[in-house]
Design a protein around this ligand. Sequence first.
Ligand code: NAD
Length: 296
Amino acid sequence: MANIGFIGLGNMGGPMADNLVKAGHDVKGFDLSADSVTRFAGAGGTAADNVLAAVSDAQVVVTMLPAGKHVREVYTGDDGLISVCRPGTLMIDSSTIDVETARDVIAMADTAGHHMLDAPVSGGTTGAAAGTLTFMCGGSDAAFTGAKPFLEIMGKNIVHAGGAGNGQAAKVCNNMLLAISMIGTCEAFLMAERLGLDAQRFFDISSTASGQCWSMTTYCPVPGPVPTSPANRDYQPGFATAMMYKDLDLAKGAAESSKTWTPMGARALELYKEFMAAGGADADFSGIIKHLAGKK
Ligand code: NAD
C-alpha cells in the first residue's frame, strides 16, 4: 500500500480520494476548504493542515484543482509540491487545465527528478464516485506505468495519449467536439419538430443513420428517446454548462496557441456564453436546446 497525498478534495477530488482510501492506501488530503477536509476525514482519509503535511511522506501525489493558475501555484509556488516532495515522487494532475501550463509544470517536475503526468478526466462526479472515470494521460512511459495502478482504482479507461500535455490536448479537443455535436443535435431536433417530425421517430432514424453521435444516442437533448439523459430531469447536470464553457474557453486558447482555425468551436463558445448569461450556467449543457428554441 502506498502513502498518497491528495490536494483538492472538491466535487471530483473528494470521491476520487475516497476510492483510494477504500482500496487500502494511506491517503492524506488537503484542501483550502476546511469542510472538504472534514468530509474526507469522515470518509476514512487523513486530514492534512497544509500541502506539506499531505505530501511529506508521499510516494504518490494527486491534484484535482479548478484551473491552470491553481496548478501552477500548488506545484511551483513557494513550498510547492515540486520543491517539498522527495525526489522520485510520482505526481498526477487530474485537473482540466491549458496544455501550456501542463507542459511547463511537468518539465519543472521532471527537472527536479519527479515523474509527472497530466491526467484529466471525463465522467463527471458520478464517474468519480463510481470509480469509472476515463483518464487521458500525457507524460513519459515511466510516469504512465507508475500511475496506472492508482488510476485504475479511480477509473475504468486509462489511456496514454503521448508526451506531456497530451492528456489535456485530448480532453480539450474532445470537449470542443462534444459542444459542437450537442448544438448540432439540438438544432436538428428543433427543426425536425417544426417540420412536423416526431422526436422519437427522428431519433429512431438518425440514431441509426449518418447523423448518429454520442450527443444523440447517449445524451439526447430532448426528453423521451434516451430515458437516462438529463433532458428527462429538466436538464439537471450531468455536465454543467459552466464546466463546458470553461473547456470551450480552454479550446479557444489552444486554437490560438496552435494557430488552428476552429470556427465551429468559436461559435459554440459564443452560444454557451449566451446560454450562461440567460441563466443556464448550472443547467446541464444539453439544456442549451431551450436557449436555441427561443431564437428565430
Ligand atoms: P471543485 O471546485 O469542486 O474542487 C476544486 C477544489 O480545489 C476546491 O475544493 C478548492 O477549495 C480546492 N483548491 C483550490 N485551490 C487550492 C489550493 N491552492 N490548495 C488546495 N486546494 C485548493 O471542482 P471540481 O468539480 O472538483 O473540478 C476539479 C477539476 O476537475 C476542474 O479542473 C474541473 O474542470 C475538472 N472536471 C470537473 C468535472 C465535474 O463534473 N465537476 C468533470 C471533469 C473534469
